[in-house]
Design a protein around this ligand. Sequence first.
Ligand code: TYM
Length: 333
Amino acid sequence: MSKKIFSGVQPTGNLHLGNYLGAIKNFVNLQNEKENQCIFCVVDLHAITVKQDPKELKKNIRETAATFIACGIDPAQSIIFNQSMVSAHSEAAWILSCVSKIGWLNRMTQFKEKAGKDKEKASIGLYSYPVLMAADILLYDATHVPVGDDQKQHLELCRDIAQKFNNDFNAPDFLKVPEPLIQKQFSRIMSLKDGIKKMSKSDPSDLSRINLTDNKDEIFNKIKKAKTDPLPLPEQAKDLAKRPEAENLLGIYSSLKNQNLEISVSEFSGKNFSEFKEKLSEALTEIIEPISKEIKKLLNDEKYLDTILLEGSDKADKIASKKIKEMKELVGF
Ligand code: TYM
């Protein structure tokens, strides 16, 4: 059955291995199932929920588009565009924020994490961020949304918002309730410096993540310095339970090799970390280095990237402006 796929990535710099293994790699697989219709969005409106330097933002928008393409998203097959170019996203977000309940948003753990201790000083945009995310998805009647594990709660909220809108305006099935696509394994890649913390763009230590623009030397160096524990690698996957760093590194290796964790565990059973780290660095280099080189090459051609985004936005706008028009009619505008 053909699926309508929608997903987004924030242009906030430092796209990393977690973004790739948790989301972008899956975007490419879904695109390659030929009958799917795929839309991948550079969510620049989401990026400004925390303060951005305008010049950096512009650069990061292009870099995110370049990353999509370098990872294998083909602009001739999938729509690649940036959110701010399609005004329906902002309009739909406002309408949907008027049917969403404060209680629902109060439960969002990502807001709590990002706002930190001083919630009073966080922007309203950061708080209502998941409503904009729902607008993104619902405008395109997306049936499936590939994301990493950290976006699960936002997708559940999106489903609630869709159902509430349909109910409130007596329009059954008008907004399509999407299915999240979260991989069963390796959907949460952890920091190289702390196996219980998510790998993240905003971690102040660059050693905590493999960036998609890293070269071979950087990859080997970061893996060499990655946190481990004093034991040799276990004989069975169940013995990883209290060894988050070992579990994360073996998970990364498995995901890169498209193999089960159990297979990787048996490959390195009883070996020490230095031997495993060598193989892991090689596996990473094999996948990441070509992506990194391609990103750098694409970034030299700003015109090309701007054209991709412009053409993608035109296509996205055709779909989204039809949906927002119907939405406005339902609301009574
Ligand atoms: P963002 O930009 O934080 O991350 C982009 C994608 O990468 C995944 N991801 C990870 N997966 C595994 N391990 C990690 N350490 C890791 N870090 C990030 C994220 O789950 C995500 O899939 N709110 C979204 C962007 C968004 C969106 C949307 C997504 C806006 N509108 C509509 C889907 C549909 C976000 O901030 O992703």
